[in-house]
Design a protein around this ligand. Structure first.
Ligand code: GLU
Length: 362
């Protein structure tokens, strides 16, 4: 290769990396490919790094004084968390990271965990088996609804409501509950690209007050829709909800989903490629519980909320945004996190239902 060509190639590669939001995660893994091959991975809609950085800061300033909502209090620990905590992190499929605010604070992942247990169950058993044993229909009711279990033909509803999530836990093949829990925690750590652990105080607080979830599991047993010992499945479920993450770790877990199942930080394949669309569709359908319809209408991105105050939204092929702010709305979704993600997604044309998200220009 001539020196001139090499120089031009190097420039293109450098420009692609500087772009910040790579169009495809595979780009990072193909740095050795020729510049011409590289070029086809450049997204026509990739925002510039400075643009993303500015937006993250802009959104933080714009919404930091929004004090609507209230911490969850049905889990006593959550009521005590500082309501002013606020952190935003974006991790891209080429492992760029942009963050601001309280992004080192470790909060309980809560229901966002359900996405990753679903992924593990699918990886171990295949998507069809999980679909058949849990389903994927929105319940139209609260995330912990007993009525939904009684009413719905599947009883489990979907893997992102409590009943379906407890059933999903019970599906993970293991010799006993300890092994099942260790497997789940190891998988979350792989998704985050670093070791995660339980926040013991959250676990104890939730285990002492989770009578509702125990009732859901008992009811699932009646309908033969739980696949291991119900009290033990609830215990593992309670543990998974009590895993601590900070906003950056959570965004990285999301970036792995955006990056076709490969962790952009470690390069490790965590989830089979074919499972990604099914996981994201479950998030789109039920990720914000009772607020999922409004979220799809306004934002058009697969996301999952947790009552700890986190929301994770995934932009397929591009990256993920995680926001943490404890006060929740009536449906149990963080108010500020919804504000920020809506704002950033609109500015960057991320709504998947809009042709603009794939580069359509007027
Ligand atoms: N651990 C919580 C529960 O079971 C999770 C709920 C949520 O984050 O939506 O109620």
């Amino acid at each position: 290769m001539s020196k001139k060509k090499w120089y031009a190639g190097a420039l293109i590669v450098a420009a692609l990396f500087a772009a910040g939001f790579a169009s495809y995660g595979s780009m990072a893994r193909k740095v050795h490919a020729s510049a011409a091959a590289q070029q086809k991975y450049e997204s026509p809609v990739a925002p510039r790094a400075e643009q993303v950085k500015a937006l993250v800061n802009e959104a933080y300033e714009k919404f930091k004084t929004d004090n609507r909502g209230k911490n969850a209090d049905y889990i006593p620990y959550l009521a005590k968390v500082d309501s002013n905590l606020f952190g935003i992190a974006i991790v891209t499929t080429n492992n760029q990271m942009y963050s601001t605010g309280d992004v080192k604070y470790s909060f309980s992942i809560q229901s966002i965990a359900k996405v990753f247990t679903l992924a593990l169950a699918m990886k171990e058993l295949g998507g069809d088996a999980v679909f058949q044993k849990v389903g994927s229909e929105p319940t139209g009711r609260a995330f912990n609804s007993v009525l939904a279990v009684a009413d719905m033909p599947t009883h489990t509803g979907n893997p992102l409501v409590n009943a379906g999530a407890i059933a999903t836990v019970s599906l993970i093949p293991a010799a006993n509950e300890t092994e099942r829990w260790n497997k789940i925690l190891a998988f979350y750590s792989q998704a985050a690209g670093e070791k995660l652990s339980l926040i013991d105080e959250v676990y104890r607080s939730e285990a002492a007050t989770n009578q509702g979830n125990r009732a859901l599991a008992a009811l699932l047993l009646k309908y033969e829709r739980i696949y291991s010992d119900p009290p033990q499945a609830v215990d593992v479920y309670t543990k998974e909800c009590s895993v601590g993450v900070n906003a950056v770790q959570l965004a990285r877990m999301g970036a792995m989903l955006a990056n076709d199942g490969i962790n952009p930080a470690t390069g490790e394949r965590v989830i089979p490629s074919e499972d990604i669309p099914e996981i994201l569709s479950a998030m789109m359908m039920a990720g914000l519980d009772d607020g999922s319809g409004g979220w799809a209408w306004r934002v058009g991105l697969p996301a999952k909320s947790g009552v700890g105050g986190g929301i994770l939204a995934v932009v397929p092929g591009k990256g993920a945004i995680a926001v943490f702010a404890p006060p929740l709305d009536e449906a149990g979704n963080s108010v500020k996190a919804q504000d920020v993600i809506t704002y950033v997604a609109n500015k960057l044309n991320y709504n998947l239902f809009s042709p603009a998200s794939v580069g359509w220009k007027q």
